[in-house]
Design a protein around this ligand. Structure first.
Ligand code: SF4
Length: 555
């Protein structure tokens, strides 16, 4: 096993015996084989696009399969065995369609597009996976190390893009251009002749594509659920039994709210699902009463304390503790062996959450962990409405600097840096957030500037789009040439592959002085980091005090 997908990789090098996240070596090996076979499928998917053959089912399958391997999504080996077999079957289907269309492919096929299984068998697949993973051919040296890392970066970006597209698919959305790009990006890793600069350029293009995909997701979300508006979300509990919902899937939340309305059950959000409270469509459900607990890494204690069932609709899932396994449910691509999984949505039908509702009715009401509130809902429109006031405050120096603090929370104690950073920022700084890093500092009383709260939260990690759309709008309103001309600093707290994609989006926009923490990605080799530093002054974090001083100086 060698996995360095995420920020919690052992010693910031790689997990080599078992994952800190709970991923076992056999699942890691199955991930490696699924990635390998998906490269082969994407080779044919790219060829199919060139021959004007498209298949929406295959496109959606590829996005879903890539997403299944994002950190903390699915830990069930049986799921990956099926995905690997289906990848090979769909590849052969596409290959046949290409041959029938007269496309000549003989002699071009990479080995990744040629592998067949003798039988669908977990042990066989694990064994094969061990021969195709990272470093399966031994340690790399010289320039190969950088090329290999840049290809891995591209695969992680594709997994992040798969996550975004699966989120869009769950809401009924589909736009072909994103899938065409996704095939191209994955198939690009097969082109051994590509230079480091070419591979990095392709990674930046993933960042461009991510912005377009996030824009589509925002459009679908706002068409379905309305424009988010500033909303104080209560953190205490009510007196009825409850269900706790985490993840990002608003469609699951809406189905559950519909089915539980009037049943005497209250619904609480956890982690990034808190963003739902800002949308008008969810405000009409009186049984959506508040948020319970904090970021994803607190789930082991908080899910255990919550008296009712918990539903995890997307990443991030941790191994459920014995105390709450019997009342834990997963849906979508999320899964853990032995944990109840909600059947997938049939066409034009809702998912069936009746078992969870029945179980909740047998439970005691939850006891509050804390009190107070968190304000969410500064989506694109709400931020745009503040543009003139913020522009005027910048001109009058009432706002000296905007700090964009986006991304994920996590287990490392070094993440205390983000609390210290916000505590150390002077009162004339405005803070924009998206993602669950906000749980590190939402409890601080940060005050207002000219009537505007100093902390404006756009929502989930992918609502980073709203933040960037606002910043671009502010730049144009202030008639500046580039967003770097604003008094602005970017700081990204990365954890998994979606935040890698956000990072690439910032690179593609030419944002300078981006800080990445709490540790730099282990797949940023010294050569890659040097290039990023030379081009964009990308850097890791220092102490909160030093970073605040540097950011206020514009560095
Ligand atoms: Fe380790 Fe992260 Fe890979 Fe899990 S996803 S095995 S924690 S590097």
């Amino acid at each position: 096993m060698f996995c360095y997908h995420c920020q919690e990789a052992k010693k910031n090098i790689a997990c080599d015996t078992a994952g800190i996240c709970g991923k076992k070596a056999d699942v890691s090996s199955l991930h490696d084989l699924l990635t390998y076979t998906l490269k082969g499928l994407c080779f044919y998917a790219e060829k199919s696009t060139e021959s004007r053959i498209t298949d929406e089912n295959i496109d959606k399958f590829i996005a879903r399969a890539l997403y299944s391997m994002v950190t903390n999504v699915n830990f069930d080996p049986a799921v990956f065995v099926q995905l690997i077999a289906e990848t090979v079957q769909r590849r052969e289907h596409l290959k046949r369609a290409l041959i029938e269309s007269g496309t000549v492919i003989n002699g071009e096929e990479p080995v990744e597009a040629q592998w067949f299984y003798e039988r669908i068998d977990q042990a066989d697949f694990v064994k094969k996976g061990e021969t195709v993973g990272i470093h399966a051919d031994g340690e790399l040296s010289g320039a190969d190390v950088d090329l290999h890392a840049a290809r891995e970066l591209l695969i992680y970006a594709a997994k992040g893009l798969g996550a975004l597209l699966e989120n869009i698919q769950a809401l009924g959305g589909f736009e072909l251009e994103h899938y065409v790009f996704m095939h191209k990006a994955v198939a690009y890793t097969l082109q051994q002749e590509r230079s480091l600069d070419e591979l990095l350029a392709m990674n930046y293009r993933c960042g461009d594509q991510a912005i377009l995909a996030m824009a589509l997701l925002e459009r679908i979300n706002t068409e379905k659920f309305g424009q988010p508006a500033a909303t104080a979300v209560h953190l205490d509990t009510w007196d009825k039994p409850g269900i706790l919902v985490s993840g990002h899937d608003f469609q699951d939340l809406q189905d559950l709210l519909e089915q539980s309305a009037g049943s005497g059950i209250d619904i609480y959000t956890h982690g990034e699902m808190i963003a739902a409270h800002g949308y008008p469509a969810f405000k009409k459900y009186f049984n959506l009463v508040g948020n319970y607990g904090g970021a994803w890494q607190d789930q082991k204690t908080q899910f255990g304390k919550f008296q009712g069932p918990v539903l995890v609709t997307s990443n991030s899932l941790q191994q459920p503790k014995k105390g709450y396994t019997a009342k834990a449910y997963t849906s979508g691509m999320v899964g853990w062996p032995g944990v109840a999984h909600v059947e997938k949505r049939r066409i034009d039908k809702s998912k069936d959450f009746s078992k969870i509702i029945e179980q909740a009715l047998q439970c005691e009401p939850p006891q509050a962990l804390t009190e107070g509130s968190i304000t969410v809902g500064y989506g694109r429109q709400a931020l745009f409405e503040l543009t003139d006031t913020i522009a005027a405050a910048i001109k009058s120096t009432a706002i000296k600097r905007i700090i964009v603090l986006i991304g994920c929370d996590g287990r490392h104690k070094e993440r205390r840096y983000y609390t210290e950073l916000v505590e150390s920022l002077p009162a004339d700084t405005l803070i924009l957030t998206a993602g669950d890093t906000k749980y590190r500092f939402h409890q601080l009383d940060l005050g207002v500037i000219n009537g505007i709260p100093r902390l404006l939260d756009a929502g989930q990690t992918q609502d980073f789009y709203a933040v960037m759309a606002f910043i671009t709008h502010l730049q144009k309103t202030m008639q500046l040439g580039h967003i770097n001309d604003l008094p602005i600093s970017f700081n990204i707290a990365w954890y998994e592959q979606q935040t890698i994609l956000m990072m690439l989006a910032l690179f593609s926009l030419g944002v300078k002085n981006l800080r990445i923490g709490p540790t730099l990605p282990p797949f940023f080799t010294p050569e890659i980091l040097q290039k990023l530093s030379d081009e964009l002054a990308v850097k890791g974090i220092d102490t909160a005090e030093n970073d605040v001083a540097a950011m206020l100086e514009g560095n």
